[in-house]
Design a protein around this ligand. Structure first.
Ligand code: PMV
Length: 341
């Protein structure tokens, strides 16, 4: 990370953090408060070991505004609004008025339904709170990350994480915690990348559309409440067949809700559907695997280690699959020593 110097700063405060991306096993798709990213249902996820964001934060007296580079490019306007929201909370808590220079490197392809915003805001929350001298509890850190991007609340926790819906109006009880460590069930994750187009509709916009305009929305939220309970039980029992029913059913129900919105949202490409059929076929032949899909066309497959190789090979052979990335379940957000490269 030797190119991660933050320039144009005159103070010595500097913190760096890594946070993993995460993939929801039961999804967050619907908000009770759009400003605070408060969900209408709890959700469950797994963290991706080395796929995520590395972020360096340096508050500096000579900056007249916050400056953020993501993969060496200035962050777009929508991203800056969310970033400032998180930094303003930190400044308010710490009593500092300093702006910050930030740089982030993503190891997750952005905006292809692979939740790069989850790792980005989790890494930001940890690095920035540390740079401004705050020592947040795991719960407070998750709440802070959530204000940038809802799913980021689960990336701070890592492993198998449960994001509690919460009841409080200020969102203080809507946080994620690790319910099982990564080693509980060392599944492999295969990310079947479908196409190189950036997705047309962001999750923020898509969720607002589904929320107010999908005729299936109320039923979807009820289903999520039940799926979280059943998914947790399947994880605890390490029961892949049961997990497959819930995880695939939940992802398909979320996409059905999107498709039933006005205007309808359709993220899938032909290869998305081909991957789903292939996974089901392989499972019927004995492979322990199941799929899920976020707000994009790519598909993530959970698979027992002994079946990872043949399943990955079968996915890579599908027309329209650009690559299959293999990873494991990992821990949560962590500070990098001294904020050094
Ligand atoms: O946190 P956001 O605004 O990027 O929304 C994430 C939405 C999904 O990835 C589709 C589902 C989820 O629970 O991660």
């Amino acid at each position: 990370m030797s190119n991660m110097q933050v320039t144009n700063s005159s103070t010595t405060l500097r913190s760096a953090a890594f946070a993993p991306s995460n993939i929801a096993l039961t999804k967050y798709w619907g908000k009770r408060d759009a400003r605070l990213n408060l969900p209408l249902a709890p959700s469950l996820s797994v963290a991706l070991a080395e796929l995520g964001s590395l972020t360096i934060v340096q508050p500096a007296a000579d900056l007249v505004e916050d400056v953020m580079l993501v993969d060496d490019k200035p962050l777009d306007d929508a991203g800056m609004v969310k970033l400032r929201r998180v930094l303003d909370i930190i400044r308010q808590k710490s009593g500092s008025t300093l702006y910050a220079g930030l740089r982030s490197v993503n190891t997750v392809p952005a905006a292809r339904g692979l939740a790069s915003s989850a790792s980005a805001f989790a890494a930001l929350a940890l690095a920035a709170s540390h740079a401004y001298g705050l020592q947040l509890s795991p719960q407070e850190l998750s709440v802070l990350a959530r204000t940038g991007s809802g799913s980021a609340s689960r990336s701070t926790a890592g492993g198998f994480a449960l994001w509690h819906q919460g009841q409080a109006e200020d969102g203080s009880d809507s946080f994620a915690e690790q319910i099982l460590p990564p080693e509980h069930w060392p599944l492999r994750l295969l990310i079947a990348r479908v196409c190189d187009e950036r997705k047309a509709v962001s999750s923020t916009r898509g969720m607002a559309q589904a929320d107010t305009k999908s005729l299936l929305f109320a039923a979807w939220i009820d289903q999520c409440q039940r799926d979280v309970v059943d998914c947790r039980a399947a994880l605890e029992a390490k029961n892949m067949r049961k997990l497959a029913d819930i995880v695939e059913g939940n992802a398909l129900a979320m996409h059905a809700t999107m498709m039933a919105a006005r205007p309808p949202l359709l993220y899938w490409r032909p290869a998305t559907i081909a991957v789903m059929h292939t996974v089901r076929q392989l499972r019927s032949e004995g492979a322990d695997c199941c799929f899920t899909i976020d707000a994009g066309s790519s598909v993530v497959v959970l698979v027992e280690p002994q079946d990872a190789r043949p399943v990955a090979d079968a996915l890579a052979a599908i027309d329209g699959i650009e690559e299959v990335i293999q990873t494991r379940i990992g821990g949560g957000a962590r500070l990098l020593p001294g904020g050094q490269d």
